[in-house]
Design a protein around this ligand. Structure first.
Ligand code: ZN
Length: 501
């Protein structure tokens, strides 16, 4: 590595350290911090966020970047070095557009909003959170203005989570998906052989649920020497370099799916981060390529693996050992159908594969309306309920099962939700390729052998970190760009069989 690149790397390393320290504080805030810590934590996060931002946009980094650009000019444009400089340039140019005062204010407001949201959610009362959300939306509208001119007011927000993607592209793929998914759900509800999910809705000891989840995560390949699982209100994964990637989860004493698939989902995220090449640590490449690529990993382990008949052929006997009185007499096929029951429901993270994307489309449309100013925060509960009825045919009984269920808005993360649905599509696209490369995949999964699958993902996706932009990575691996067809085919085949359509 050249001397100038070395200098740039060291400066970027300091920014990465500050960001990692922020993430540790954020993890603590959502797991172990006592309520009284909230105001102090808000200040700490604001300070660290501001300092990291100031470092990132400093003239020193600007100069180091220019020097490094000339140094890597002759290298293979796909080399780690050239890609590192390219990504740093992109991050730098974006960060330069955002004033440090805005960043500090945003950190402060969102850190305080987190606790307010938690309480509002607990008490199912949106009005408690309304003022905070107003502030957040106002801040996000300021943020968007820093990136003017743009094609769509939502583009700068989307780009933070999905580099290079445009709102118009997301709309196009959602327009293709929505009618097909709505038709499938209608088919299932009207013509399908009913599925009884009583097996997964019993009293399940929470300690045993936790332990079984840990066993599954370990079997999949989540490395607990470089990770751990704790409890939080909303499950999440956070990493501080590839050597420490943590997951959180929550438990429902009367519904097995919550913790079980939550663990597999977050372990999927964590295995991605654990698989990033260690030499990319402390650089802008040392993380996932985008949230949609991230979500393709979590949803793959949760659904394509975790909700498959092959997986349970291997793991069901073990689950029965954990819960003999609940599941000892339940047939494998009954259990498999129970975990895959399709039913329009209120909670996104617990929704089935056939309805999941419809939850995302509700949020996507509302976020766009909020950003365009065609919807006021005060009118959000009503708008949520009417959009939910339009897409899913049901109306939430209260705000906690409606617009308060997700943590994202309290953290100012507007533009994030579409990546979940895109992740489903990408997972299905990757899976087609994986099945070609690993023809006996099904047998391996039945035998609880996941190392070849994880190895494939490590080689083709994980190790690259953020070296390639998401759609570039997808095209390199699958040979095509984003498309809804593999996901739709997967859904039709799987649920056609389960519901005997
Ligand atoms: Zn996720």
């Amino acid at each position: 590595m050249g001397k100038r690149l070395e200098q740039l790397r060291e400066m970027l390393g300091i920014v990465a350290d500050l960001q990692a320290a922020s993430s540790v504080l954020g993890w603590d805030q959502q797991t172990y911090m006592p309520p009284g810590g909230a105001p102090g934590r808000a200040m700490q996060l604001a300070t660290l966020g501001r300092v990291a931002h100031e470092k990132m946009v400093s003239d020193d980094i600007g100069a180091a970047l220019e020097a490094a650009e000339s140094e890597v000019g002759g290298l293979d444009p796909d080399s780690d070095e050239a890609r590192l400089v390219r990504k740093a340039r992109r991050d730098y140019d974006k960060a330069r557009k955002v004033p440090a005062e805005w960043v500090g204010e945003f950190r402060r407001v969102t850190a305080l909003a987190h606790r307010v949201w938690e309480k509002a959610r607990e008490e199912a009362d949106f009005s408690q959170f309304e003022e905070q959300l107003k502030e957040i939306v106002a801040l996000r509208r300021q943020y968007v203005d820093f990136f003017a001119p743009y094609d769509h007011v939502y583009d700068p927000l989307l780009d933070d989570f999905e580099p290079g993607m445009k709102t118009v592209e997301v709309k196009a793929v959602f327009d293709e998906l929505r009618p097909e998914q709505v038709a499938l759900v209608q088919d299932i509800v009207e013509r399908g052989t009913p599925v009884d999910d009583a097996a997964v809705r019993q009293d399940f000891d929470m300690g045993k649920q936790w332990d079984f989840g840990l066993e599954v995560a370990q079997a999949l390949g989540y490395d607990f020497e470089r990770g751990r699982q704790d409890k939080s209100v909303h499950p999440f994964t956070t990493g501080f370099g590839s050597g420490d990637v943590r997951i959180t989860n929550r438990l429902d004493p009367q519904f097995l799916n919550t913790a079980l698939f939550g663990t597999m989902h977050e372990a999927g995220h964590a295995m991605y981060e654990q698989g990033v090449a260690p030499e990319l640590d402390r650089t802008p490449l040392g993380e996932g390529a985008s949230l949609a690529i991230h979500e393709s990993q979590s949803r793959m382990w949760e659904n394509l693996v975790g909700r498959s008949s092959a997986f349970w052929k291997g793991f069901y006997p073990r689950l029965q050992e954990f819960f003999p009185s609940q599941l000892g007499d339940v047939e494998l096929d009954t259990f498999y159908r129970a975990i895959n029951k399709v039913e329009p429901s209120f909670i996104r993270v617990e929704s089935d594969e056939a309805t999941y994307n419809l939850h995302i489309m509700v949020r996507f449309e509302l976020e766009i309306a909020l950003m365009q100013g065609t919807l006021d925060v005060a009118d959000l509960p009503e708008a949520w309920n009417s959009k939910f009825e339009e897409f899913l045919g049901i109306i939430p009984p209260d705000d906690s099962q409606g617009l308060l269920q997700d943590v994202h808005w309290s953290g100012g993360m507007i533009g994030y939700f579409p990546t979940y649905a895109l992740g489903n599509l990408i997972a299905a696209q990757l899976w087609v390729r994986i099945e070609e490369d690993l023809p006996d995949l099904r047998r391996r999964i039945e035998n609880r052998q996941f190392s070849d699958l994880l190895g494939w993902l490590r080689e083709n996706v994980h190790r690259h970190g953020a070296k390639f932009e998401p759609m570039e990575l997808l095209t390199r691996v699958t040979g095509s760009g984003l498309t809804a067809q593999p996901y739709l085919e997967y859904l039709r085949a799987k649920f056609g069989e389960i519901y005997r359509l």
